[in-house]
Design a protein around this ligand. Structure first.
Ligand code: 5GP
Ligand code: ZN
Length: 118
């Protein structure tokens, strides 16, 4: 863990979060400012700043975990689809420097046209 990383503290349960799913290496929890109902963040419990920093052991399992969480969210929120976003690096909008995928459940007619860049 790095000293002041808020997601490390969430992973270590030093800061509470609404947990969606976890195993030994990953945690999925509700975003504190959801842009849509069910907006969830998926992190490795071990700290890595960005996607290219991930060790192979983690990166090879990450997509399977994301698929699992997406299925959980579709069932839980009766969603039709979902957006997956990863802001990698400050210039790309990464604010929390502990790698995380956003999964945002979507429904027909939810009035958003899809997430756009820029
Ligand atoms: P980024 O811009 O780094 O991709 O997104 C960071 C995300 O983390 C934001 O959507 C923000 O709402 C969320 N976030 C920041 N601090 C906390 C927190 O303490 N708890 C939770 N659950 N989410 C947080
Ligand atoms: Zn961290």
């Amino acid at each position: 863990m790095t000293n002041d990383c808020i997601f490390c503290k969430i992973a270590n349960k030093e800061i509470p979060s609404e947990i969606v799913w976890e195993n030994d290496n990953f945690l999925a929890f509700a975003d504190i400012k959801p842009i849509e109902e069910g907006h969830t963040l998926v992190i490795p419990k071990k700290h890595f700043d960005t996607l290219p920093d991930l060790e192979e052991e983690i990166s090879k399992d990450y997509l399977d975990v994301i698929k699992k969480i997406a299925k959980i969210l579709i069932d839980k929120y009766n969603a039709d689809g979902f957006n997956i976003v990863l802001n990698n690096g400050k210039s790309a909008g990464q604010i929390v420097n502990h790698v995380h995928f956003h999964i945002i459940p979507r429904k027909e007619g939810d009035n958003k046209k899809g997430l756009t860049l820029g």
